[in-house]
Design a protein around this ligand. Structure first.
Ligand SMILES: [Zn+2]
Length: 130
């Protein structure tokens, strides 16, 4: 099953070898790459050696291709990118930018929302990030 994750700004693919690769900056301005598992709901994360992030810290995410900010403008501490599945269906993926928080939403083209992760309940109204 070939899944492609895209930057919403340049539509460059941001996944390779089962990882979603994001450029990241910690709150104390350390920079590096964050590798997220491409399976939604799998919260395995690998960070570059130059990026040391503590649980609960808020991380800024950028596209590794065009460097546009992936942080959402509405709502706190979320970032967004796109996912295209093997049928060509496109959905938005919204993740928490709080390190260690297990929270992901996907929103498909019919605005159907799926949620993943045990921290998701604190975002009661996900409408505002659409
Ligand atoms: Zn981009």
């Amino acid at each position: 099953m070939e899944i492609v994750y895209l930057c919403p700004h340049c539509r460059g693919a941001i996944n390779a070898k089962r990882n979603i690769i994001l450029s990241a900056r910690s709150s104390n301005k350390q920079v590096g790459l964050a590798l997220l598992h491409e399976e939604i709901g799998n919260y395995t994360v690998a960070l570059s050696p130059t990026l040391k992030v503590k649980t609960g810290e808020i991380v800024d995410f950028f596209c590794p291709v065009c460097h546009a900010e992936l942080n959402t403008s509405k709502g706190d501490n979320l970032a967004k990118f796109l996912r295209v599945d093997d049928t060509g269906a496109e959905s938005s993926v919204i993740i928490s930018r709080e390190y260690g928080e297990r929270c992901t939403f996907t929103v498909d083209d019919r605005k159907k929302i799926k949620t993943y992760g045990e921290s998701v309940k604190k975002y009661l109204d996900p409408e505002w990030f659409l």
